[in-house]
Design a protein around this ligand. Sequence first.
Ligand code: GUN
Length: 294
Amino acid sequence: MSMQLLDGKATAASIKSELAEAVAKRKASGMKVPHLAAVLIGEDGGSVTYVNAKVKSCEEIGFESSLLRYDASITEEELLKVVQDLNENDQIDGFIVQLPLPAHIDENKVTMAIDPSKDVDGFHPVNIGKMVLGLPCFLPATPAGIVELLKRYSIETSGKHCVVLGRSTIVGTPVSIMLSRNSNPGNCTVTLAHSRTENLKEVCKSADILIAAIGKPDFVTSDMVKPGAVIIDVGTTRVDDATKKAGWRLKGDVKFDEVKDICGAITPVPGGVGPMTIASLMINTLRAMELNGK
Ligand code: GUN
């Protein structure tokens, strides 16, 4: 059976060129271009890389962007003030506060302070509630990127058994809801598996679509995969690699080298879900501007 590589990098590049075209048209007719702000606290290597990639994507497609960096010692009160200022700033269409935050700051409190109409991460309870109800909202970027990738590769999801590994609030839980709803892609029978799931190998092996989002490198091995299954690898753990300039590389949750010979389709790491996440954030930012009537 020939395996299909689900190329998130190339798919994200075409989404971004579609967005660039839309922005160029707006600009040509004298209209405002979308403006995304990103708040980055501290020096966490992963967060710095992700936020830089988001800012770079804005530049590539003609969005305006603002990067607001603060020391890890910022107080919760100060950060809440930053959020409030962004809520009130008419120039900013949407913004994100990169997670994780330092331990002394309550992430939920910060997320709930964001104006839902500017919450392009889709993390605010209002947006999550709307997502559950199937109402128009900002969808969280990683799940939205996964669904868009399945769509653009015309992968049949209706009636399929989708196993989601990991119940995080930003990936596992929302993607399990999105794929179970009556939509296309969607209409899956979803199993949300996690650290307490019994017979995990068997559960994974029964999946037509397996979404691995637990952050444990090489966790999914070939004996957990049904022949022909579609594998979506959300893992992005940094591992030491002296052959790389940075001294590290990203490793997914799936043992790619052995799973690739069994599955029907698979996302690589890097170049799979990561670029799709950023593309989804850009889609949300354009929508934020349109929804706010600009
Ligand atoms: N940390 C890991 N993923 C994300 C994301 O999609 N958005 C934000 N704000 N923080 C993250």
